[in-house]
Design a binder for this molecule. Structure first.
Ligand code: B12
Ligand code: SF4
Length: 528
């Protein structure tokens, strides 16, 4: 029987579905005879999800359905699909005015309804697709993976149909082994109803794989709606340049999803991939790496890539990425500007060196500042988003004042209008050090459901513990009220008005006092 694989990217904001594109490309290179089709529900209006899925299954009659699920949980101060989840939650938890609380409760209800609605809808689509495919091929199987499944893989066994294969992290070698009929036990996966996910499965390293340029001629031939992403110049099309992150930031799950081993995609292959997109009219690229420059030892690889982009003659492109700005050199800054970087995100989380160390982020904030100066000197004049998450561990009034000092220093470098403070509160995720910390401190109970959006659980997962929790709640509510369109800057302004700004030097130096040293040691032991 010929294998026919249908890739279904489950509904999601229209972010280019690079995951399924790479999977289909890899399988085609290994098994040129396998028939494949890509179907992206991100490009379909909600009322047509069921009907179009049925149509595609009827037409293509797949015997393997690969469902890719990108995001499940959104706790950001952005307009989510059911409203602004952070604002609604904060109005409900912290508003003093009963009417605002009521609005928060109603908003929260809307967000929760949208969240559970989407969850059940996606599970329904998986079941529907499988049942439909079984009409044509009774042995049809389902594999489910993607960012959201990687984070919540343990919960999936209660939700998915028996026999579904649940995958963590990258899926190329898993699909390859599945098609070869090989044993899947060495892959990060389990089969619902047949086996349990192994203990700490997400911490296992992914199978190494050398990535080659995606073949877009082929992708175009198996993806009828590919054009959708070519029509609008707003899209930043995903291109991956490496996989993995060696760091240990206490709240982050990327480092386990992608693994700690950084695997570089050869620069020539990355450029060849970009070139194909360029020739199709694409000018905006997002380097989808967990970190574009994960550590100093990868600076050379990054330079090589950017030099090759210059040599390729793609002069009018723009690109964006997550950047650890502690790993910049003047040469790299120059290359970044020359190759068209016009947006980047730095997730420093706090402007207090003391907290940055406590969160195990391995940053030196002074170096970040110096490197940002180099970037500005190289001619960078675009937007920087600086991600701050307040109140993660041991925040105090003093560390808040330091964060303000640090942010003002960044503004002096880039210009206040160019530095966008993105205020996040950490959405606590499973398999992170922070989860371990919350369990150790009794904030969460073992067996809690990390996918729950019930107010009593969500309050703990949306990490904003007391004694400062209510204070931040109040500040954020004031910011939404005063200036909802410039929320981040307004939060910074209110914090500065209320608490003042520390001398920059205090933010950059983190003297470890003896008693702190003891506490820190205990914390680190508890976190490990
Ligand atoms: C880059 C990135 C972004 C970029 C995307 C830019 C772009 N144009 O592509 C930006 C900054 C825009 C972004 C935004 C958001 N993101 Co984001 N993002 C990522 C990141 C770091 C990489 C994703 C990626 O493209 N990887 C490269 C591709 C090749 O990998 P992939 O798609 O995961 O596919 C591979 C595997 O997953 C697997 N796979 C995929 N599908 C399937 C299916 C099967 C069956 C199998 C076997 C395998 C498999 O194989 C693929 C190839 O190896 C991930 C974290 C991470 N390290 O994975 C978060 C992540 C996907 N993002 C996430 C979220 C929540 C968001 C936001 C919703 C956050 C927010 N609140 O604003 C927004 C969405 C914004 C919107 N408009 O909707 C979550 C989703 C999980 C969750 N919590 O629900 C992740 C996992 C981070 C996290 N741990 O929380 N993001
Ligand atoms: S926050 Fe960034 S640097 Fe830290 S572990 Fe995650 S991906 Fe790596």
């Amino acid at each position: 029987m010929t294998t026919k694989i249908l890739y279904v990217r489950l509904p999601c904001n229209p972010i280019f579905p690079i995951g399924v594109v790479y999977l289909a490309d890899h399988i085609h290179k290994q098994f040129p005879d396998v028939e494949q089709r890509i179907f992206d529900l991100g490009t379909v209006p909600p009322l047509e999800f069921n009907q179009t899925l049925d149509q595609v299954v009827d037409e293509f009659q797949p015997n393997l359905l690969v469902f890719s699920w990108r995001d499940i949980q959104i706790y950001a101060p952005v307009g989510g699909r059911g409203g602004n989840p952070l604002q609604n939650a904060f109005e409900f938890y912290y508003a003093k005015n009963p009417l605002t609380r009521l609005r928060g409760a109603l908003g929260g209800l809307k967000v929760a309804t949208a969240y559970y609605g989407e969850l059940w809808r996606n599970l329904g689509l998986i079941k529907r697709g499988l049942q439909r495919a079984k009409r044509y091929c009774p042995q049809a199987r389902v594999v489910v993976g993607g960012g959201a499944v990687s984070v919540f893989y343990e919960q999936m066994q209660q939700l998915l149909p028996q026999g579904s294969i649940v995958s963590v992290g990258e899926g190329e070698t898993l699909l390859e082994k599945l098609l070869r009929g090989q044993d899947l036990r060495s892959e990060r996966c389990y089969v619902v109803g047949e086996n349990q996910p192994r203990e700490r499965m997400i911490h296992e390293e992914p199978t190494p794989l050398e990535k080659t340029a995606c073949n877009y001629d082929y992708i175009e031939s198996v993806w009828p709606a590919f054009d959708y992403y070519l029509q609008d110049n707003d899209f930043y099309i995903g291109v991956q340049t490496k996989r993995g992150c060696p760091h240990n930031c206490c709240y982050c799950v990327y480092t386990v999803v992608e693994g700690k081993q950084v695997r570089i995609n050869p620069a020539d292959e990355v450029v060849a991939e970009m070139r194909q997109l360029y020739e199709r009219g694409i000018r905006n690229f997002w380097f989808t790496d967990a970190q574009f420059i994960p550590a100093r030892k990868f600076i050379k690889d990054t330079e090589e890539l950017l030099e090759k982009i210059i040599d390729s003659g793609m002069e009018d492109i723009h690109w964006a990425a997550y950047i650890r700005a502690d790993n910049l050199t003047p040469k790299l800054c120059d290359l970044m500007v020359k190759t068209g970087m016009n947006y980047f995100e730095i997730g420093i989380t706090s402007g207090s060196q003391e907290l940055v160390r406590k969160m195990r982020m391995g940053y030196n904030l002074r170096t970040v500042l110096e490197n940002c100066q180099d970037l500005k000197a190289a001619g960078f004049n675009d937007l920087v988003s600086v991600n701050y998450s307040f109140n993660v561990i041991d925040e105090t009034v003093e560390t808040i004042r330091q964060t303000i000092a640090y942010h003002r220093a960044l503004e002096r470098i880039f210009g206040a209008d160019k530095v966008e403070p993105a205020i996040f509160f950490i959405g606590l995720q499973p398999h992170t050090h922070l989860e371990g910390y919350a369990l150790n401190k009794g904030i969460l109970n073992p067996g809690y459901n990390p996918m729950s959006l019930m107010p009593w659980t969500a309050r703990k997962l949306l990490w904003n513990p007391e004694p400062l929790g209510s204070f931040f709640g109040e500040v954020c509510l004031q910011a939404w009220q005063q200036n909802p369109n410039d929320f981040g800057r307004e939060v910074m302004k209110i914090l500065e008005e209320r608490l003042g700004c520390a001398p920059l030097e205090d933010a950059l130096s983190a003297p470890i006092r003896e008693e702190q040293r003891g506490n820190l040691r205990k914390e680190l032991v508890a976190l490990t």
